[in-house]
Design a protein around this ligand. Structure first.
Ligand code: KIV
Length: 289
């Protein structure tokens, strides 16, 4: 049976019903399928891929072409989740026209269902224009990684005098402009709780405590892919980095010993099998659907 797709309206209803929203990042079709089949409501093709996939120190080098490529892969892998494409650094900051053109490209070329932009009230006009053009927008305030140099690093935001007021004003401006949800990243949890209560649209927290309508984590972090990286707000639900190393270590050792592959994992010119053409070795993605 075809899964019912999560939409921006589903997310609003979830907030109204007090149901928490589970969001994870995804960057390729295989992960998208696994996360989707495990019940994630939203898959964010985050520009965090610049760090966890491309190996950069920040998200700044990511291009629109990179994002469109990864969005296409994620869209192919997921059947139920709502797919959000992140607008990369300097693809929307220069002008409203630039933001409109590039968000349109991400939707058309990437196939995602909505876009995310970093920033508060300063982007309200852009949000209005995008929503007016039929492009749903997720906001993102607090620690906005594209402002890495301006912020002086990846730091908790909103602790300084006026921080609470600025964050609340930004969140309200994004809602008024038409955002369907807003990410609150690395802010004190009492501020996140206050913003969540003040907004009709869902808040999605990352390092923003218990009071948000939903949570998002970088999937590689919550799966423990990097054993050296564990900020306080991340919970590791698995230790896949260690599991992968163990499996690969075993493979390497069996290849070296000559115990992989076995005869059963090999083909013979003549072997007993049903008459007719050889069955296909691999099923295609299309055949699986
Ligand atoms: O790029 C990303 O993955 C994000 C989330 C961490 C919110 O923006």
């Amino acid at each position: 049976m075809k899964a019912q797709r999560v939409t921006i309206h589903t997310l609003r209803q979830m907030k109204e019903r007090g149901e928490k929203i589970a969001v994870l990042t995804a960057y390729d079709a295989t992960f998208a399928r696994l996360l989707d089949e495990s019940g994630a409501d939203v898959l964010l093709v985050g520009d965090s891929l610049g760090m966890v996939v491309q190996g950069n120190d920040t998200t700044l080098p990511v291009t629109l072409e990179d994002m469109a490529y990864h969005c296409r892969a994620v869209v192919r892998g997921a059947r139920r989740a709502h797919i959000v494409g992140d607008m990369p650094f300097m693809t929307y900051q220069a002008s409203i026209e630039q933001g409109m053109t590039n968000a349109g490209r991400l939707i058309k070329e990437g196939g995602c269902h909505s876009v995310k932009i970093e920033g508060g009230a300063a982007y309200a006009e852009l949000v209005k224009r995008l929503v007016g053009a039929g492009i749903p927008v997720m906001g993102h305030i607090g620690l906005t990684p594209q402002s890495y140099h301006q912020l002086g690093g990846f730091k908790v935001q909103g602790r300084d005098a006026g921080g609470r007021e600025r964050l609340l004003a930004d969140a309200l401006a994004l809602e008024a402009a038409g955002c369907y949800a807003v990410v609150l990243e690395a802010i004190p949890q009492d501020i996140a709780r206050e913003i969540t209560a003040a907004l009709q649209i869902p808040t999605i927290g990352i390092g923003a405590g218990t009071g948000c309508d939903g949570q998002v984590l970088v999937s590689y972090d919550m799966l423990g892919m990097d054993e050296t990286f564990k900020p306080r707000f991340v919970r590791r639900f698995a230790t896949l980095g260690a599991t992968i190393k163990e499996a690969v270590g075993q493979y390497v050792s069996e290849v070296r010993k000559g115990s992989f592959p076995s005869d059963a994992e090999s083909f013979a010119v003549s072997e007993s099998r049903p008459q007719g053409p050889d069955p296909a070795l691999y099923s295609t993605a299309a055949a699986k659907k």
